[in-house]
Design a protein around this ligand. Sequence first.
Ligand SMILES: NC(=O)c1ccc[n+]([C@@H]2O[C@H](COP(=O)([O-])OP(=O)(O)OC[C@H]3O[C@@H](n4cnc5c(N)ncnc54)[C@H](OP(=O)(O)O)[C@@H]3O)[C@@H](O)[C@H]2O)c1
Length: 304
Amino acid sequence: MDREGTRDAGGTCLIAGCGYVGTRLARRLAARGPVLALVRSAASAEGLAAAGIPARSVDFDAPAASLEDLGPFDAVAYLAPPEGLGETDLRLARFLAALGDRRPQVLLYLSTTGVYGDTGGAVVDEASPTAPGDARSRQRLDAERQAARWCGARAARSVILRVPAIYGPHRLPLDRLQRGEPVLRAEDSGPGNRIHVDDLVAACLAALEPPVTGVFNLTDGHPETLAAFTGRLARLVGLPAPAEVAWAEAQGRISPGLLAFLRQSRRVASRRAADLGWSPALDPEAGLRASLREMGFELSSEAR
Ligand SMILES: NC(=O)c1ccc[n+]([C@@H]2O[C@H](COP(=O)([O-])OP(=O)(O)OC[C@H]3O[C@@H](n4cnc5c(N)ncnc54)[C@H](OP(=O)(O)O)[C@@H]3O)[C@@H](O)[C@H]2O)c1
């Protein structure tokens, strides 16, 4: 790594689970040093290779997977989600086991702010107790602990980034808007915490550099309800704002997964952002505009 970083010159960064976030991270990292993307499917590996990102397909869920034949690497960004079942992240456990006795300098684990559970809208920062309220969030907390233990045994830096909803180009609620799906009315939903993917990638880049270590919350610092965020998007693309419904009407009209997500409410604060040397550049308005521009949208005349 050359730039402001001080990791070993030329050290390779493995991006384990190189999907939406990973691909954008790989592009930024590639300007600084070698990267190797690990993905599950051959199709994803081929797509990355076609985009100039060295990639290999390996299924972390396969008990016999081995990664000991990888060339040298000094950093790992683990961005794969937990597997669907249980309360422990067996996928991460298998991945770490597959690395054998390799000793990178840093393991970055991308977690979620779901580990704080539902605080009824109260503020959570990195010092707040974790209280995951569902199996998925308990898997995340388990994964964080696995990552920290693994690093502790190798004198590697452990960096855990707790992230709320990620949005960006091609990750916008446009389909729901175009289908005319309603949103939960503002008075029934808690503050929504978000981060634009490019701010997240900037935080990942900072997190890979020494001496960063520990747990960090990441957020754009502008919590707003899904109704407000979707209404903002509608204005920018010149579509009608979505209808707002109360909880009682929401069942059957809004997907159960989204409703479960909306049932949890907390306000996320990034108190340790300065230790990361990071601050978000994009509030929801700027982030949506940048996303839409990258997707080739003409912003509506009212929005310009
Ligand atoms: N979406 C959000 O709002 C949000 C919020 C907070 C945190 N997160 C978390 O942030 C992380 C990155 O998100 P993302 O949107 O970039 O995810 P994504 O686009 O779904 O990418 C996930 C990547 O993991 C790979 N993967 C999945 N299972 C694997 C396995 N068994 N073996 C090897 N590779 C495997 C996938 O490979 P294939 O392409 O081959 O399937 C893909 O490259 C995830 O952990 C996600 O859960 C997301």
